[in-house]
Design a protein around this ligand. Structure first.
Ligand code: HEC
Ligand code: HEC
Length: 323
């Protein structure tokens, strides 16, 4: 009996080791970085800066933030990474305190040693949409590359132009350390793009709003998800109720469907005004702060916020108790 158990245990272990070897051998999936040199144009720089700082919020994750002000706007130097890391017992607003290991928010400035100054344009493009670093190692999916893969060809290039515009700041971050078995599982997340992503048409307000609500991660935070899945629970897109923990305690994201427990009778103008009131964020007590980066989104254009509203209006209404 004992022997049989031992044998079973040994086979199970071998199975685990085999699965681990397979994961390491086959994943992460990646393809060679594009050899292109991305042309810097004023239009791309303007578009990239707008997207990075006011829609996709690369700036809010890759810079330190001032938690004494409402919605914790990012502080200079933009893109130099954060001085604190997640994990090793350190919590970070909105992210789990029990992070299995340590992960830092890297320096994206032009510094060659501590930033991405030595990366090629193609390597940056690939990191943002396909989730692998220079060496082809999987990036931890706190970096939302699984969402940024929906970025159009032109928008993705504009973002690289923005990264390239960040003046070099020498700021080193501790190396990442992700514990077993999570370090194996994250290898499954990166996926090479196999087709070109078309340009969205700003003239089609609903479609354009959907594009912005996707890449701006509104859908990610405002749709209930199960476990670690990036996909909304079926039928509950934008139903809200996602839980966020931070110095503010627990916050639930709002329902943004047309249901009365969601946007209800909120007009387009009122929706836009919700954002405008946070353009100059005020000092706030930690417990009254929020995870939603209102002050960064406040500089989105009327047309873009209006397009998001137009899209949200087309969603099937879903009732939520959490509201
Ligand atoms: C929710 C937070 C978050 C957002 C938003 C975010 N990032 Fe990241 N990013 C990270 C983290 C964390 C890493 C480190 C991942 C790792 O080391 O495995 C990272 C890694 C990267 C890397 C690889 C750098 C390196 O040194 O390995 C690049 C390039 C990058 N991000 C660019 C961007 C751009 C451009 C945007 C906006 C389009 C963006 N990030 C938005 C959190 C974020
Ligand atoms: C990091 C998660 C996160 C992201 C990303 C996010 N939100 Fe939110 N949002 C929240 C939470 C949490 C609340 C609940 C109220 C609060 O804490 O501000 C909220 C509240 C709201 C509200 C309700 C405001 C009110 O006064 O009732 C609106 C409207 C809204 N978000 C729109 C958006 C849009 C549009 C986007 C994308 C451009 C977006 N959110 C992105 C987390 C997020």
């Amino acid at each position: 009996m004992k022997r049989a158990l031992l044998w079973l245990a040994a086979t199970a272990l071998l199975g685990v080791a085999g699965a681990a070897l397979y994961l390491v051998a086959v994943f992460p999936r990646s393809q060679p970085a594009s050899p292109e040199a991305i042309e810097v144009t004023p239009a791309r720089l303007a578009r990239g800066t707008y997207l990075a700082q006011h829609v996709l919020l690369c700036s809010e994750c890759h810079s330190d933030r001032d938690w004494t002000l409402y919605s914790a706007p990012s502080v200079l130097p933009t893109g130099a990474g954060r001085t604190d890391c997640l994990g090793a017992g350190q919590a970070m607003a909105g992210l789990a305190a029990d992070f299995p290991g340590r992960i830092c928010f890297p320096n994206l400035t032009a510094d060659r040693e501590t930033g991405v100054g030595a990366w090629t344009d193609g390597e940056l493009l690939r990191a943002v949409r396909e989730g692998v670093d220079r060496e082809g190692h999987a990036l931890f999916p706190i970096m939302p590359y699984f969402i940024f893969r929906h970025l159009s060809e032109e928008d993705a290039r504009s973002l690289v132009v923005w990264i390239r515009s960040l003046p070099a700041v020498s700021r080193a971050h501790p190396a990442k350390a992700v514990d077993f078995p999570v370090n194996l599982f994250i290898r499954l997340v990166p996926q090479p793009l196999t087709a070109k992503i078309p340009e969205p048409d700003p003239a089609n307000s609903v479609d354009y709003g959907k594009y912005l609500a996707t890449i701006g991660r509104c859908a990610f935070c405002h749709s209930p998800r199960e476990g670690q899945s990036p996909e909304p629970v079926p039928g509950r897109l934008f139903a809200g109720g996602n839980e966020f923990r931070g110095p503010f305690g627990i916050r639930l994201s709002s329902n943004l469907t047309p249901d009365p427990s969601g946007l209800g009778s909120t007009t387009r103008e009122e929706f836009i005004a919700l954002f405008r009131r946070h353009a100059a964020p005020q000092p706030v007590l930690p417990e009254e702060n929020t995870i939603m980066a209102w002050s960064a989104y406040a500089a989105m254009t009327d047309a873009d916020l209006g397009a998001i509203y137009d899209y949200l209006r087309t969603l099937p209404p879903v009732a939520t108790a959490a509201g």
